[in-house]
Design a protein around this ligand. Structure first.
Ligand SMILES: Cc1cc2nc3c(=O)[nH]c(=O)nc-3n(C[C@H](O)[C@H](O)[C@H](O)COP(=O)(O)O)c2cc1C
Length: 373
């Protein structure tokens, strides 16, 4: 065994997880139509599960129509989407990985001219210019909390073993947490306990809806990496509150779209393992499994970080997109054969242009994918 820590089993909420490799959620745009994954998408999840990924977190699913950040996404807001979710859960489960669905609301990154957000703060959405979102009324906030809960219940009914709440990347939950984006004067703005209120309400309502059994994790932002934003100090306090609310794991991802665009942060995020130290700080604050993330392009680095006790598992997005067989190659001692993510941003650019994600490292695009799009 070349990677004893990486391939050490662990228990999550009574579920035996066969190793420490987690598929981090990654929106690919591989949809047949809104809410309907393509055959290719189902096969990609199946393929990575077959290739030994321990936990497979399926990319962000919108909790309502205005939660969508792209025209075609997974959806949890109507019963008619349950069979579509079930196709993914089954493909992962029957191939030996644990399926978890990520639920999300894009907030100000939603479609349309006036997306909803905690506050009407203008922001640079894209090269096309600034957008000023509309501030959510308290009644609307209550409604979104209920939509998260109902969506999570549908996902569990579809066969997912658990739910991951998207509390990172700059979407609605982060928009509440960040003092830069949240200027509210009511119970949802001001001190951390108010900015975290929406997040904790979502956690509690999902737990009520799905019951004690299923896994409930959070995609967790250890720092916004922006001046005047949500920082590591507040993140450590929040991590403890989430633990007290019954969250089962934290899967970290530092930064937001805005911070990643800054020159000094661009330099940081280009490095393999760039988040290990901030994630380690979060881990020290709680007694939950904490997953680290960020350009684990080779398993040797993942093994070292686990060996040093800086995280409990490693969540990989682009490395498992570049090479769906990453985990099995590491397990079989064929780490040198892994097709490594170059970090050139092609996958991201594709989805930002409304196209299917592809990888520049694919010599032969899988299943004739590129000719499809
Ligand atoms: C194209 C693309 C789509 C992504 N979609 C999601 C998503 O749906 N949910 C999420 O929490 N993170 C998403 N991420 C972030 C990844 O999960 C991950 O945190 C980030 O890419 C850094 O890890 P990596 O180096 O292993 O890719 C996405 C990243 C990329 C490149």
């Amino acid at each position: 065994m070349h990677y004893p820590n990486l391939f050490q089993a662990f228990s999550l909420k009574g579920i035996q997880i066969k190793n420490r490799i987690v598929l981090a959620p990654m929106y690919t745009g591989w949809y047949q139509e809104d809410g309907v994954p393509s055959e290719w998408m189902v096969e990609l999840y199946a393929r990575r599960a077959r290739a030994l990924v321990g936990i497979s977190v399926v990319e962000c699913a919108a909790v309502n129509e205005s939660a969508k950040g792209s025209p075609c996404m997974l959806r949890t807001d109507q019963d008619r989407f349950i069979p579509e979710l079930a196709r993914l859960a089954r493909a992962i489960d029957k191939n030996g990985s644990v399926p978890i669905l990520q639920v999300y609301h894009a907030g100000r990154y939603g479609l349309g001219e006036r997306p909803k957000a905690p506050s009407a703060e203008p922001f640079l959405k894209s090269k096309a210019g600034y957008v000023t979102p509309e501030a959510l009324a308290e009644k609307e906030i209550e409604c979104i909390v209920q939509e998260f809960a109902a969506g999570a219940k549908r996902a569990i009914d579809a066969g997912f073993a658990g739910i991951e709440i998207h509390g990172a990347t700059g979407y609605l939950i982060v928009q509440f947490l960040s003092p830069r984006m949240n200027k509210r004067l009511d119970a949802y703005g001001g001190p951390l306990e108010n900015r975290a209120r929406f997040y904790l309400e979502v956690v509690r309502s999902i737990r009520d809806a799905i019951g004690k059994g299923p896994v409930l994790g959070c995609r967790f932002m250890p720092t916004e990496w922006t001046d005047g934003g949500f920082g590591l100090g507040e993140a450590k306090t929040l991590a403890k509150w989430l633990e007290a609310c019954g969250v089962d794991y934290l899967s970290c991802n530092a930064g937001t779209y805005e911070s990643w665009a800054r020159t000094e942060i661009k330099r940081i995020i280009a490095k393999p393992g760039y988040q290990v130290d901030v994630v380690h700080e979060v881990k020290k604050a709680v007694n939950l499994p904490v997953f680290t993330n960020g350009r684990f392009v080779v398993p040797d680095l993942a093994e070292r970080v686990l060996d040093e006790g800086k995280a409990d598992a490693v969540a990989l997005a682009r490395p498992l997109f570049a090479d769906p067989e990453y985990a099995i190659k590491a397990f079989e001692g064929r780490g040198g054969d892994i097709v490594t993510c170059k970090g050139d941003g092609l996958c991201t650019r594709q989805v930002q242009q409304g196209k299917w994600a592809v990888c520049s490292q694919w010599k032969e695009p899988p299943w004739g994918l590129c000719s499809k799009r």
